[in-house]
Design a protein around this ligand. Structure first.
Ligand code: ADP
Length: 260
């Protein structure tokens, strides 16, 4: 079997509190293989965000090992960690986190700013990614002129612009109505069908059922790890992530404004 994208062994995280160390994660072990689609569930306070922050190299564990794409993150310095994170992981958040005064193309191109790629090439790649998520005509629009579902598509395009192997999504449908949520999950499924590994946090059972594997946290431990009832995904209908010529499934069009 090919090397795990994520390998976590005996992971623990203690937070310092006035009352002493608080164990937010306790002896967590998990492997995620290339191409998996994992939903992380669990009640508030169960350690999901702490775990995702460690997976995203945004925080370090107190004990245990974390290998991202085969690299032991603890052995990397700050710059090496940032470089590994940038080329391996695309992040998608609940609140979209688009910069309001920047065009959609500039928002999508943002992760490339620190690369050696020139401005024109950055915008060309951003345009291709917008095309891929079904927003090809919107490159010059501002985030305020499009719907929440469209904004999340832009955020997904931004997550894809570095051609990551892994997408980490934290409650990506938390701000969306159920119809739009289904559409956004269709985008994640299509990306997963292309071979991108997806790990997402959700508290909604319906959303988790789009994944192929469900991992449930409780009190800082994994208490359940099983396949979902999800049948095999539909065969990939998309070309490689790099070409961006064919868009992912389009929105139903409810509440969508015209491009500006
Ligand atoms: P979830 O994402 O499942 O809601 P979290 O990972 O945010 O859970 O939190 C797990 C536990 O760790 C909670 O009890 C929370 O109060 C505690 N916690 C999270 N961050 C901190 C922090 N910076 N300092 C102290 N305790 C924290």
């Amino acid at each position: 079997m090919s090397e795990a994208v994520i390998r976590v062994e005996g992971l623990a995280k203690d937070y310092d509190t006035p009352a002493g160390p608080f164990p937010a994660l306790k002896d967590v072990s998990l492997d995620v293989a290339p191409g998996e689609f994992v939903a992380i569930m669990g009640p508030s306070g169960s350690g999901k965000s702490t775990f995702m922050n460690i997976l995203g190299c945004l925080d370090r564990p107190s004990r245990g090992r974390y290998l991202l794409a085969g690299r032991d993150v603890a052995k990397l310095d700050k710059d090496e960690t940032a470089a590994l994170r940038n080329r391996t992981i695309g992040f998608v958040f609940q609140g979209f986190n688009l910069l309001p005064r920047m065009s959609l193309a500039d928002n999508v191109a943002l992760p490339l700013v620190y690369s050696a790629i020139g401005h024109e090439e950055r915008l060309a790649r951003a345009g291709a990614m917008l095309e891929k998520v079904g927003l090809g005509g919107y490159a010059g629009s501002l985030p305020s002129r499009i719907s929440g579902g469209q904004q999340q598509r832009v955020a997904i395009a931004r997550a894809l612009v570095n051609d990551p192997r892994l997408i980490l999504a934290d409650e990506p449908t938390g701000n969306l109505d159920s119809h739009t949520s289904e559409e956004i999950m269709g985008v994640f499924r299509a990306l997963n069908d292309e071979g991108i590994t997806v790990v997402l946090i959700t508290h909604e059972n319906d959303i988790a059922q789009h994944a192929r594997r469900l991992v449930r946290f409780l009190d800082g431990r994994i208490v359940e790890d099983r396949p979902t009832l999800q049948p095999a995904h539909s065969p990939p209908t998309l070309p490689s992530a790099a070409s961006g010529r064919h868009p992912l499934p389009r929105e139903g069009g409810r509440g969508e404004g015209p491009p500006c």
